[in-house]
Design a protein around this ligand. Sequence first.
Ligand code: NAD
Ligand code: TYD
Length: 343
Amino acid sequence: MKILVTGGAGFIGGNFIRFTRNKYPNYKIVCVDLLTYAGNLETLADMLGMSNFKFEKADISNAKDIDRIFNAERPDIAVNFAAESHVDRSIEDPGLFLKTNILGTQTLMDACIKYNVKRFHQVSTDEVYGDLPIDKPELLFTENSPIHASSPYSASKASADLLCLAYQRTFALPATISRCSNNYGPFHFPEKLIPLVISRALNDQSIPVYGEGKNIRDWLYVEDHCSAIDKIIHEAKNGDVYNIGGGCEKQNIDVVKLILKILNKPESLITYVKDRPGHDLRYAIDYSKIKTELGWTPSVKFEEGLKKTVDWYLTNKDWWQNIISGEYKNYYQKMYSGRETAR
Ligand code: NAD
Ligand code: TYD
């Protein structure tokens, strides 16, 4: 069996490659990644010398390169993690998100059809459903919730989902889609909430909380996301869409306070900043379909996963310190300077 994984030098794709390598030592894995600011070969350092593993630096929206790779590799399964993934960056530069997330997905699907790939899996997000009200906790996203994206990021992911379903129907592309809630765990780029809080708290720097910190996210430990995708690509039917969630809704401010508590850092580091435009209020997932049909449930509790994550950042300081000492400094300055709100 040969699996082609795009975006494997990023957070979830890198964890998925490691998960797959451990579970199926005989599988051949080909990683295709452009190594954007979010891609880091250090994430795959222990894979690079292994037999049965190959890395190809390429842009998923470059049809010539993708055709060359598929022609040479002839994968059985392709899993698409490659994406521009940060909502805040999508507000700064929507065009790049449309190119990578929509045209990139189309390019991969064309190659899958041409080279008879047996399964194309599109890694999508719960953000395609937009948001839910905070005061109606009984409401959850199901696979039948309307697509109602709020940000250029989520709109680009929603477009890719629609294109994927259209390819499945029109060209009989053997495709599946998963829509997952917020992940956390090792190798998470420190511009997203949890790794940003950990890395800044460890350096005794202020922690920017958007608005009043009351927005709610559902959190899932990254290995649980990997095990759900593993089940889908091996067991699900073509055309199936599955929600994946942690059953773990938390207000942002409570997540921040819990991390500070684990690290024994003061809450005085918290700084409230101007809110994100269009900020989704609440995400919450009904994952009963994957539970009933494929027997998947999340296995790592939030407090346990968060402690494991904090431990990982403590023992792998080189990985994130290399990142925050480079171009990231300019990013942080651009996105956060002058944004503090009086309270
Ligand atoms: P990430 O930003 O950490 O990694 C993305 C990877 O894709 C990077 O290695 C980057 O170099 C690569 N990439 C970007 N543009 C590319 C291109 N044009 N060609 C080839 N490679 C390219 O993202 P992540 O958090 O690991 O997310 C992976 C996928 O999971 C994304 O599709 C995202 O939409 C989805 N997702 C993420 C979350 C989350 O909480 N992080 C939740 C649900 C779904
Ligand atoms: P993020 O990790 O960017 O994921 P997403 O927007 O895709 O859910 O943000 C998670 C939540 O944390 C979101 O409600 C925005 C908020 N947030 C902050 O309050 N401060 C920050 O510095 C960041 C990056 C996010």
